[in-house]
Design a protein around this ligand. Structure first.
Ligand code: PBG
Length: 332
């Protein structure tokens, strides 16, 4: 490229004609890029609004099936299921049972999904009474998630999900060794073809606030900084997380949240160009735009599409987003 400089070079030339602007567009949004998070709770005909996330509700399995059908009709890339069990305990037993809420949700959603994949979030925090991502153990005077005890539970949970029809298992607990443990458990149960999308680089973020209302999974004490990544740590730590997860058998990886971590998405993309990357446009990122739009301070559609474009431009092929359905409609 030779730049003699202005006036020979005029970058505005490519911006004059809308068709030429289209020609030089590289980042395109398509409904198939989007994965819609859905929250399922027990019951029939139950729809409970999530106040901080307008347009998103907790649904019972029957209504979930209808939502899944709509998602498939809109051409979404997939949906990811989060369960809110009837009862919680120290181990998160509901998640280990084929009569648990996610198992039930999968059976209801399966026929509605057609060939749209059903993903499941795999973690203990929605199922434990203390709200942490695994059973707690006392260590040097501090309650801490017991990493290795959690691995066994995650393996069992993964097999339940696979048996009940999950197409992709997405572990989100940030336990060391979780991908390897899940891969081993799935393979031993005959599910060697079920892929793992690992939440590989997941930060301890305040942007999860509204989600914890949605999934009823706020830690009852303490926080998740003992297992989720520190936003202020070297960005390259994310590369170590991704590298280890790939070595343990992850098929796809996720960076989460998306917007405050676009640099991390780009780093991962450059370093692992052949690995499918998802980014989670998390609850707080959604809610803050919704709130501003409700006050008339922002144009929601324009802002949301700009943000989704930025996430894709940073290098994510897949975007988990609460805008998935609306964005699909805006794009059509
Ligand atoms: C569970 C989990 C969380 C989110 C996805 N899976 C919450 C957390 O780690 O506290 C957050 C999603 C969002 O904020 O939209 N481990």
């Amino acid at each position: 490229m030779t730049d003699g400089g202005f006036p020979t070079v005029r970058l505005r030339r490519l911006r004059q004609h809308p068709g030429v602007r289209r020609l030089v567009t590289e980042t395109r949004l398509d409904p198939s890029n989007f994965i819609l998070p859905l929250f399922v709770r027990p019951g029939r005909q139950v729809r409970r609004e999530i106040s901080a996330m307008p347009g998103n509700d907790q649904l019972s399995p029957d209504l979930l099936a209808r939502e899944v059908e709509q998602a498939a009709a809109l051409g979404l890339g997939g949906v990811i299921l989060f369960g809110i069990p009837a009862a919680k305990d120290g181990q998160g037993s509901d998640a280990l049972s084929e009569s648990g809420i996610v198992a039930e949700a999968l059976r209801a959603a399966r026929p509605a999904a057609g060939d749209m994949p059903l993903l499941t979030d795999l973690c203990c925090c929605e199922y434990t009474d203390h709200g942490h991502c695994g059973p707690l153990a006392e260590r040097r005077g501090r309650a801490d998630v017991d990493n290795d005890a959690t691995l066994a539970l995650l393996g069992r949970q993964a097999v339940v999900h696979a048996r009940c029809g999950a197409d992709v298992i997405a572990p989100s607990g940030m336990m060391d060794g979780m991908v390897g443990a899940i891969r081993t458990a799935l393979d031993a149960a005959g599910f060697e073809q079920v892929p793992i999308l690992s939440y590989a680089a997941k930060y301890a973020s305040a942007f999860y606030g509204p989600f914890r209302e949605a999934a009823e999974s706020a830690p009852q004490s303490g926080d998740r900084r003992g297992y989720q990544m520190d936003p202020a740590a070297a960005a390259e730590q994310a590369l170590r997380e991704v590298e280890l997860d790939l070595a343990e058998g992850a098929d796809m990886i996720m960076v989460k949240p998306a917007l405050a971590y676009l640099d991390v998405i780009r780093l991962v993309r450059d370093r692992f160009p052949g690995v499918p990357i998802a980014a989670y446009n998390v609850s707080g990122e959604f809610s803050m735009v919704k709130a501003a739009a409700q006050r008339g301070w922002l144009d929601e559609q324009a802002v949301a599409l700009e943000l989704l474009t930025a996430i894709r431009r940073a290098g994510a092929g897949m975007v988990l987003t609460y805008w998935a359905k609306e964005a699909a409609q805006w794009l059509s």
